[in-house]
Design a protein around this ligand. Structure first.
Ligand code: PEP
Ligand code: MG
Length: 935
């Protein structure tokens, strides 16, 4: 069927990952001291704080805040995001003044640290790490152990009395610097390292002696000379400048750009660079490094959660090379540090009023905090944590609301396996349950394949040894992600969770042959295209396809489960109850059928904002009647066909009005062009040709020929701007008459049964007040007739959609007739931009690549252009008719950042598809709260 009429309610899809409405920030500015670009943090005092994420990035502001709070943070400084933007603006270099400012901070850091760059006595070593306002895990670059050179390495050896450690650090540094800054492929370093290991008969890195590490360093330096034509830079300041610039450059690497696209992070906010004195988790058995969360980010359970590795550097944990140990074991290995870590992180959680994701290093039994930030979590965990925070009196309900991203609520509505079906299939293996949800799909082994097959309409499951940031595209389209290695904080786990994509990591029993496109487990082989299912909440993986069933929340709403038996339902419902107290916007649903309307009501919609009556025409046994109406070449025949449709429409309206329990129901008269109800021209021609060849039934052939003639008459070049909407009602007033009659007869019948209803009749695509006047006269006349016949009085409204730019521009005139406006932002966007809503996909990607458009304006309202028309029509409409009801029923009604905008321009309600009603309720509360705090 034609695209336009096919927009019925879609089954719920795993939501896009949680995110706050992103506001655009043009170059970040330091407050007051506009010239400041570098911010120190050291010894309990920092130049910045938690409010300065725009300037310092998330990591920088967290380091500043922890320093101010007296936590043990190695000293350092943050080069601001503004410097990054300036670096790009100035042709990839920084003005001398900023270079000087940075050097002053280097000197200050040397003093604070009591160590000097390049010193043989006590060399200063630093890490150089990226950190944008929004966390982009693993997308940008990091350099550790910076400051080492041929002399400093001896200094490090003398200071630590550990030559192997010193040369291992130098080796790691040359490798990281060589790869990230000098862009020498990793494999070339691996190749040299393997050669040394072979020569020393060493199986793993730790088998290599100091001598072996020294040889590796020598080979690495030669490799750098060979590849770049220059020796490895020995000057630490030069190393620092080059690394800083590489981090700036990584803001625009392919994967960072792709990540920003998916999460709608603006391209022009830049990254900060954090330069911080190194502490070492790899000096021996009294050292360790780890990452963790103050609560379980997958389930929300109140348990200290994380992983660590003894004698390792930070990257080893996240990279999934060595399998880390659960953090609870730290209590046995290093009890004092563990106790301190628990204290610090609970303090941070209370302070930030949110679950924290932290990084730490223990150097010779001394604990250092390296990062804290709000922990990314699944939608499920977000609801559990927010409601727990209120129960634990750590947050007030209004604060708890802000802990849940509206879009994340859709994850709670995603299907789960039917337990009976799930039990039938044996468990093939178990991995770590990184992100909950039921996933069933055909196995693919590369992200490219995942994308290609998804485009063909297949459901895929991405299976990888481990995922890398480059896999982001594949992860986005897959039903689920399954990896053989990595822990709960590996890339696949972090990103899968954030996307709300079911994920299992570290399923070690899988033997994956990525080249051969197969994996084996427990004697079974699974090839590309075979079905696999897994449960991201338990970690169980099964071979085969397993049917899914509705989420617990839906089961409660459908009456299949008691609310008392569902913990998550009760939390979901409590949270939305708080949202309802806070929000100002009303919430309605776009629904065309009684069952959809009942579901929407159960989700909390209080009214229907758009009932597309034409969708009812596609029901069983109806399309033939509609076609008869269209094929009629005189009014009388048309009326006869319409009379057959009347009882069907009346029954639909009866159901929808009843499902809303007296709340308003906006019913729109027919909108799409009539040819959309007829078979396609090409298909008909083929059928006729076949009948002609086979000498088939003459009556059938004649009927098809008549149909083809009418199809050709109705064919339109641009149906979106053609004979549709109010234009149909004007040319065929009897259609409006029939629909109005069906509406009022249904309402009268309900009234006789003692059931209240509040119909609002809406005329689509109005651009001229006279169009509306014409149609309103019909509706009012029919309403009066029906009420007289039935001897019942019904309160109703007649209004219009504002979806044609001329309608918005002349809203003051139109409001003379309209008792309400509902903004049809789908068509309004289409006509304001002149972008066809069905064809934008062909060029949107190029527009985004060239930064002409940030986001798809059909998903998220274009506040500047289309939004201006909305704001203007609101003002003009209210001027003419102060009590005019104003709503929006385009797809934007379920998009959180658009909801924010509609709140600001003062609409009365938003209308969203039933599954997005919870999202809209929470988004409306967020809008009300952030407006209150001066957003
Ligand atoms: C609109 O245009 O925004 C609208 C809601 O109507 P439709 O999508 O049916 O054209
Ligand atoms: Mg429309």
């Amino acid at each position: 069927m034609a695209k336009k009429t096919a927009k019925i309610v879609k089954p719920v899809k795993a939501a896009k990952p949680a995110r706050k409405p992103v506001k655009k920030i043009v170059a970040a500015k330091a407050p007051k001291a506009a010239k400041k670009y570098v911010y120190a943090f050291a010894n309990g005092r920092a130049d910045g704080d938690r409010t300065m994420k725009d300037v310092l990035g998330g990591k920088g502001s967290g380091l500043a805040e922890m320093t101010n709070a007296g936590l043990p943070v190695p000293p350092g400084f943050t080069i601001s995001t503004a410097a990054c933007n300036l670096w790009y603006a100035e042709g990839r270099k920084l003005p001398q003044a900023i270079e000087d400012e940075m050097m002053a901070h280097v000197r200050r850091l040397e003093q604070v640290a009591g160590a000097q760059f390049g010193s043989t006595a006590n060399p200063l070593l630093v890490s150089v790490r990226s950190g944008a306002k929004f966390s982009m895990p693993g997308m940008m670059d990091t350099i550790l152990n910076l400051g080492l050179n041929d002399e400093a390495v001896e200094g490090l050896k003398a200071r630590t009395k550990n030559g192997r450690f010193a040369y291992d650090s130098y080796r790691r540094f040359i490798q990281m610097f060589g790869n990230v800054v000098l862009e020498i492929p990793k494999e070339k370093f691996e190749h040299e390292f393997e050669a040394v290991k072979r020569a020393h008969a060493a199986k793993v890195d730790t088998d290599l002696s100091e001598q072996g590490m020294q040889e590796t360093v020598a080979r690495y330096k030669k490799l750098v000379q060979r590849e770049t034509g220059k020796p490895f830079p020995q000057d630490p300041v030069q190393q620092l400048r080059m690394s800083r610039d590489a981090v700036f450059r990584s803001w625009n690497n392919q994967r960072a750009i792709a990540y920003r696209r998916i999460y709608e992070i603006p391209d022009d906010i830049g990254t900060a660079v954090n330069v911080q004195q190194m502490v070492f988790g790899n000096t021996g058995d009294r050292s360790a490094t780890g990452v963790g969360f103050t609560r379980n980010p997958a389930t929300g359970a109140k348990e200290f959660f994380g992983e660590f590795l003894v004698n390792a550097q930070g990257e080893d944990v996240v990279a999934g090379i060595r399998t880390p140990r659960p953090i609870s074991e730290l209590a046995e290995v290093m009890p004092n540090s563990y106790k301190e870590l628990r204290q610090f992180t609970s303090r941070l959680e209370k302070h930030y009023k949110d679950i924290q994701d932290f990084e730490f290093t223990i150097e010779n039994d001394k604990l250092f905090m390296l990062q804290t930030r709000s922990g990314k979590r699944t939608g499920y965990a977000a609801v559990v944590i927010a409601t727990d925070f209120v129960a634990e009196k750590l947050a007030k309900p209004a604060e708890a609301l802000l802990m849940v991203e509206p879009a994340a609520l859709s994850q709670l509505l995603a299907p789960m396996f039917d337990p009976a079906e799930w039990k039938k299939v044996p468990v093939a293996t178990k991995g770590l349950p990184a992100s909950p949800g039921a996933a069933s799909g055909q196995v693919v082994f590369t992200s490219e394949q995942a994308v290609a097959w998804t485009e063909q309409g297949k459901k895929v499951l991405l299976v990888r040894k481990e995922t890398a940031p480059d896999d982001i595209h594949g992860m986005e389209v897959a039903q689920g992600i399954l990896t053989a290695t990595g822990g709960m904080t590996s890339h696949a786990a972090v990103v899968g969770r954030q996307m709300g994509r079911p994920s299992i990591v570290g399923a070690g029993a899988l033997h994956i042959d990525e080249k051969g496109k197969a994996f084996s487990v427990g004697g079974q082989t699974v090839k590309e295209g075979d079905w696999v299912s897994f449960d991201g909440l338990t970690g169980e993986v099964k071979i085969g396809k397993v049917a899914t069933k509705p989420s617990e929340i839906l089961q409660v709403l459908n009456g299949q489960m008691k609310a008392a038996d569902s913990d998550i339902y009760r939390r979901f419902s409590a949270l939305l109850g708080w949202a309802d107290k806070v929000r100002r916007l009303g919430i309605r649903a776009n629904a065309d059928q009684p069952d959809q309307s009942e579901l929407a009501y159960a989700f909390g919609a209080r009214g229907i904002g758009l009932c597309r009556t034409e969708h009812m025409f596609f029901g069983e046994g109806r399309i033939e009647k509609v076609q008869r109406m269209i094929l009629a070449d005189n009014e009388q025949d048309r009326r006869a066909a319409l009379a057959e449709l009347l009882p069907l429409q009346r029954a639909d309206f009866y159901g929808v009005l009843k499902a809303m329990h007296g709340e308003p129901v906006t019913i729109r008269t027919i909108d799409p062009p009539l040819h959309e109800f007829l078979p396609k021209r090409e298909e008909l021609m083929v059928e006729i040709a076949k009948l002609e060849v086979s000498g088939g039934n003459a009556a059938e052939l004649a009927a098809k020929r008549t149909l083809l003639k009418r199809v050709e008459q109705l064919h339109e070049f641009n149906p979106m701007l053609g004979h549709r909407g109010v234009r149909l009602g004007i040319t065929y007033p009897e259609i409006t008459e029939m629909q109005a009659r069906a509406i009022f007869e249904a309402a009268c019948q309900l009234a006789k049964e003692g059931i209240k209803s509040a119909p609002e009749v809406m005329i689509p695509l109005v651009g001229l007040v006279k169009e509306l006047r014409d149609q309103k006269a019909i509706v009012d006349r029919v309403a009066a007739e029906v009420m007289k016949e039935q001897k019942v009085r019904i309160k109703y409204l007649v209004g219009t959609m504002i979806e044609v730019p001329r309608g918005a521009l002349t809203a003051d005139e139109i409001a003379q007739e309209a008792q309400f406006f509902s903004f049809g932002t789908n068509d309004l966007t289409q006509m304001t931009f002149g972008f066809s809503r069905d064809d934008i996909g062909k060029f949107l990607g190029s527009y985004q690549d060239r930064k002409i458009l940030d986001r798809d304006p059909f998903q998220s309202i274009d506040t500047v252009g289309v939004g201006q028309l909305v704001a203007m029509a609101v003002e003009k409409g209210r001027k003419t008719r102060p009590d005019i009801k104003l709503g929006i029923c385009g797809e934007h009604g379920g998009d959180p950042s658009s909801v924010h905008f509609f709140h600001k321009v003062g609409l009365n309600y938003v209308s969203a598809s039933p599954y997005r009603v919870p999202v809209a309720r929470l988004a409306a509360a967020h809008a009300a709260l952030s407006v209150k705090v001066g957003d």
